[in-house]
Design a protein around this ligand. Structure first.
Ligand SMILES: Cc1cc2nc3c(=O)[nH]c(=O)nc-3n(C[C@H](O)[C@H](O)[C@H](O)COP(=O)(O)OP(=O)(O)OC[C@H]3O[C@@H](n4cnc5c(N)ncnc54)[C@H](O)[C@@H]3O)c2cc1C
Length: 414
């Protein structure tokens, strides 16, 4: 195929609701983040008919620390999206830790800072390029078990674009409701998984398990030149009630992301809380009062990975507090594993979801559980002022221990 016919084929895969509803799909993936793209890419490459449904208009921003771990980069390379050229991030060389009364510098090798608008739209573009169809600006409201198929109730319309301040209410299209059908459904909906399941076997394990003292996420993206932050430096402020990271993105904007106790936010405004934490960096006043502050539900949680024809990947399945910045890598891995498991279970009549579920559960446990446990332990250690103080004091006496400590904390062998 020449370039023009390739572009036409890719354009032809971005569907209208009418086109998407006209046929049954082998696989519908709900969400258009990294987990969805990795799942769609591996399933479509193996020959499945895949539709990705995303409620936002891409490129969209997303609350995230925007640090892509070496594990995440290795997953991207497997997908065929190495971080080079237009998709290159900023290599991170140094972590500046600021805790009450102490400061430490640690060397970093491997992670890159890359904005989520750029990363996520490149990934979704790649998934479409490799054969996935895309239904944009459409929310899935519920999934019903309809005998041999799953029926997804969808809506495209005003509430989907509510978060976009540039989209004038008077210009919004009228809401349209319609159904999609699929052999299997993957929920890649992130932390705010609001899709209702109807008629699927329920058991006590279906409920969300959140950590009892769960923290929530807060963050913002600031325009270029908002602070004298050096490229390649990740600044992290740690307080008893949470921590906040700040990094320069590839286009000069500044990303701010924090995990804080919900109780701390209820005592002040989110902007004031971020301002108070970041004042400790000595980087001067930040324009946080005029910035759009984003928030999340409680971060640490676990849901069932599979439920009949429904599979969960990425944050929708499991998430641990983001101190070491590994969520994107986990999302890519779990999406890939679900896509591979579903593709391997294709039969002449459809998809054997029971075999796919077994395979996905087994491989996810083998590849991800150790990493979740390590991050859970680090999140706990960071909450202990005594442990944190001792570690930072130790680093002052033995700065050479910084590199090995970072590698231990991030599970990076390099
Ligand atoms: C404060 C904070 C800092 C973080 N820092 C880092 C970091 O530095 N490095 C790192 O690797 N990770 C970090 N993470 C984690 C990372 O952001 C997530 O793990 C990652 O985005 C998960 O990807 P995902 O594809 O599962 O979900 P998401 O990226 O959340 O994508 C979900 C998508 O689904 C769409 N969607 C949701 N519901 C519906 C619906 N009903 N219908 C249609 N579409 C829907 C959403 O619009 C969204 O596009 C951080 C997280 C937080 C909260």
């Amino acid at each position: 195929m020449n370039t023009t016919s390739t572009e036409a084929a890719v354009r032809g895969r971005v569907l209208s609701p009418r086109e998407a509803a006209a046929r049954p799909w082998q696989l519908v993936i709900v969400g258009g983040g990294p987990a969805a793209a990795a799942c769609g890419l591996s399933a479509a490459t193996a020959g499945l008919r895949v539709l990705i449904v995303e409620r936002s208009r891409m490129p969209r921003t997303k609350l995230c620390g925007c640090c892509l771990s070496p594990h995440g980069q290795a997953e991207l390379a497997k997908m065929g999206l190495p971080l080079a050229g237009p998709s290159a991030g900023v290599p991170l060389k140094q972590l500046r830790l600021v805790a009450p009364g102490r400061e430490a510098l640690l060397p970093l090798t491997g992670p890159q800072a890359l904005s989520r608008d750029r990363l996520d739209s490149s990934l979704l573009g790649l998934a479409v390029d490799r054969g996935c169809c895309l239904l944009p600006e459409t929310a899935v409201l519920s999934v019903a078990d309809d005998d041999a198929l799953a029926r997804l109730s969808c809506r495209t319309g005003p509430e989907i674009t509510d978060h976009d301040p540039l989209f004038e209410p008077s210009l919004r299209p009228a809401a349209t409701s319609f159904d999609l059908t699929a052999s299997c459904v993957v929920l890649a909906t992130g932390l705010t998984d609001s899709v209702r399941l109807r008629g699927f076997q329920a058991d006590p394990g279906d409920s969300v398990t959140a950590a009892p003292s769960g923290r929530i996420g807060l963050g913002a993206t600031l325009p270029p030149d908002s602070a004298p932050l050096a490229a390649g430096e990740l600044v992290m402020v740690i307080e008893p009630y949470g921590y906040c990271g700040m990094v320069l993105l590839e286009d000069g904007r500044i990303d701010i992301a924090a995990a804080v106790d919900a109780a701390a936010v209820s005592q002040t405004s989110p902007a004031d809380l971020l301002r108070t934490m970041l004042a400790k960096t000595g980087l001067g006043p930040l324009p946080l009062l005029t910035a759009r502050i984003r928030g999340t539900p409680p971060l640490t949680h676990r849901r069932r990975r599979t439920q009949g024809r429904v599979f969960r990947v990425g944050d929708a399945a499991c998430y641990v507090e983001p101190f070491t910045g590994e969520g994107i890598g986990w999302a890519l891995t779990s999406g890939r594993l679900a896509g591979e498991a579903l593709a391997a279970s294709a039969t002449a009549d459809g998809l054997d979801h029971v075999a796919a579920a077994r395979r996905y559960e087994r491989r996810s446990t083998a590849e991800l559980s150790g990493s979740f446990r390590r991050c859970g332990l680090i999140a706990k250690a960071v909450r202990s002022p005594r442990l944190l103080g001792a570690a930072m004091g130790g680093l002052r006496l033995a700065p050479w221990a910084g590199g090995p400590l970072v590698r231990l904390a991030t599970g990076c062998r390099r």
